[in-house]
Design a protein. Sequence first.
Lengths: 153, 153
Amino acid sequence: MARLSDVIEALLKEMIDENQGSVEITRGELAEQLNCVPSQITYVLSTRFTNGQGYLVESRRGGGGWIRIHKLVTTDTASQYVMHALNTMGDELTQHQAYVFLRNFVDYQVIEESMAKIMQAAVSDHSLQLIEGPIKDKVRMQILKQMILQHSM
Amino acid sequence: MARLSDVIEALLKEMIDENQGSVEITRGELAEQLNCVPSQITYVLSTRFTNGQGYLVESRRGGGGWIRIHKLVTTDTASQYVMHALNTMGDELTQHQAYVFLRNFVDYQVIEESMAKIMQAAVSDHSLQLIEGPIKDKVRMQILKQMILQHSM
DNA sequence: AAAAATAAATGTCAAAGAAAGTCAAAAAGT
DNA sequence: ACTTTTTGACTTTCTTTGACATTTATTTTT
């Protein structure tokens, strides 16, 4: 029979993958579902979800407490994602498309929230209001590309 | 299941944001609305609206008493200075002027080096190469202003 | 008009409740 | 034998609740 710890590990990793790289649980509930003592969860977290293994675990005690597990994005995958994104971008970008891109970058931890906001401001319609017609979306793309390139240097 | 404290915190912050950074409540009424004991409000105020977290709480007891919460505005004099400079600089900006500005921002510790590089990329001639003639420097100014504005929020 | 009583607010503090954390002993693998 | 896993008692942290205290405003009494 499979080890309990392995079952818990597999379950958590499945939950994480189904949830964009992070998950929130309450230790007690999960323990109950799996029919084990709560500290077993702690054990699994400390042996299979360490920092060195690419995970970050936060928690909070007390009423309504929780445990969150984040899968860290390695710079390798991040830069791969950026490369792919840049290549599929084409040479035009609407304001909305830019927002979607930036949102994804944040989700994939390529850039931080605060950085995304600055970039969003830079490529907003408001910033580019003086530009006429079809050139606007091309300039927008140029700006975003330059910023992203700069960022990954 | 969301914590009651979190619900109260979120509600208060929403009220504050909708009301130019401050709000006045009566503890009893709010407690009644939220179906909790009044001291729960006190607890939330003492754990989530501390001075260190950027809030100031005043109160008064007795008939007609109240509790006021103010969100403290960080008076970043350097940032203010820079905004003033931006505003008095007219509506055009060359690439070189932009670089000088950004270097000053970093020196005044208004923004960090990495942020400055992103901004520099955004307003570089390379980003804006598709824009014709005199409009280019106006667009550059717009972009920089929007980014700085966003940054100081 | 002054004093006293009453009502209407917030403040305090400690106990109870609800989570996660720790650690060492026992059990199970290797 | 040695290492890893499982278990459970105990600890720590955070939240919720309620009784009681204090402060301020209003009303009543003298």
